[in-house]
Design a protein around this ligand. Sequence first.
Ligand SMILES: Cc1cc2nc3c(=O)[nH]c(=O)nc-3n(C[C@H](O)[C@H](O)[C@H](O)COP(=O)(O)OP(=O)(O)OC[C@H]3O[C@@H](n4cnc5c(N)ncnc54)[C@H](O)[C@@H]3O)c2cc1C
Length: 368
Amino acid sequence: MSFNSSDIGAFQDIWVFCEQREGKLMNTDLELVSEGRKLADERGSKLIGILLGHNVEGIAKELGGYGADKVIVCDDPALEVYTTDAYTKVLCDVAMEEKPEIILIGATNIGRDLGPRCAARLRTGLTADCTHLDIDMNKYVEFLTESSTLDVANTTFKMEDMNLKMTRPAFGGHLMATIICPRFRPCMSTVRPGVMKKGEYSQEKADACEIQMYPVSISPEDLKTKVTDVVKETKKLVDLIGAEIVVSVGRGISKNVEEGIGLAEQLADAFGNAVVGGSRAVIDSGWLPADHQVGQTGKTVHPRIYVALGISGAIQHKAGMQDSELIIAVNKDETAPIFDCADYGIAGDLFKVVPMMIEAIKAENANK
Ligand SMILES: Cc1cc2nc3c(=O)[nH]c(=O)nc-3n(C[C@H](O)[C@H](O)[C@H](O)COP(=O)(O)OP(=O)(O)OC[C@H]3O[C@@H](n4cnc5c(N)ncnc54)[C@H](O)[C@@H]3O)c2cc1C
């Protein structure tokens, strides 16, 4: 097999590594396949899912429903549970043979382990934790115009550039950096879960998706680790990413933490279908567990409604919630930056405002 990562003309197609756990696809796979579809259309190339596991062929077609033209399935008992050695070996073997131009991987715990390992073995670059991807230069310029402080009108761009433009927060979220990998292939990127939007499912596309069973070769010498047992966290983690409505609290509850969290829970109950999140200040203070954190180093959410109670609106917090459909902020400081991205802003003490909100929602519910 000849593989030379700098022979960039030899590479084609966009791949999405589709992570499964216990034979179930992750939500990130569907988000990434949906995003990959857009990129493949911009590039004029095929979108291929790569699925590793054991007895997982049955779940492959679903990826087609979100836009994959084809799914390469690598089936082996050694791939049933994730291990760095086995997954790296197989993903790199297939990539060296098939030469994809781009590989997208979800920045889950597994993706963050697998991505860099494969990039090093394939002698290419990887941009970690991306929050935005473009290929088409017009779309990229549009993105810069909408969301950057760059003087786009007076900047010269190479409009024919078809490299994947991978944007991610840098320097603690104070700036967004766009990174390209122009001299090596595949161009690799891990993408934060919850950032890309899952597209519409099409049964017709799922039925049309080609499934290719790929021969796998793993020998005992390839494996340095063995999973003897999988112990699951017994605590039920909060599903911030999938929530319709998120009510988040910040350091503004510090006057009476118990009451502040209680009010957020009551507000979430009144809405129904809502969960409680928090800023990092709240998590660092131990007022809520880490899985409740929204923001750059927490979860990225885009619910139908996001309520920020006593949250100042630091750039790192906004990075995780500013794409919510509707943002309501309560803060006693009317100059707080959270109001810049809020659709409704209430300048006031949350301990007085939230009980009124709860009453208003209850009254509205009773009228229905
Ligand atoms: C690398 C890095 C990563 C980070 N990642 C994250 C992240 O993922 N998520 C995150 O949230 N932060 C993150 N941060 C921290 C971030 O910079 C802020 O420090 C944090 O978001 C502040 O949390 P806060 O808004 O709750 O607290 P503060 O900034 O202290 O704001 C509290 C707000 O509450 C208001 N307030 C006070 N009392 C009341 C009251 N009674 N009623 C109404 N309003 C009141 C105040 O006016 C103030 O605006 C990160 C920082 C760094 C450097």
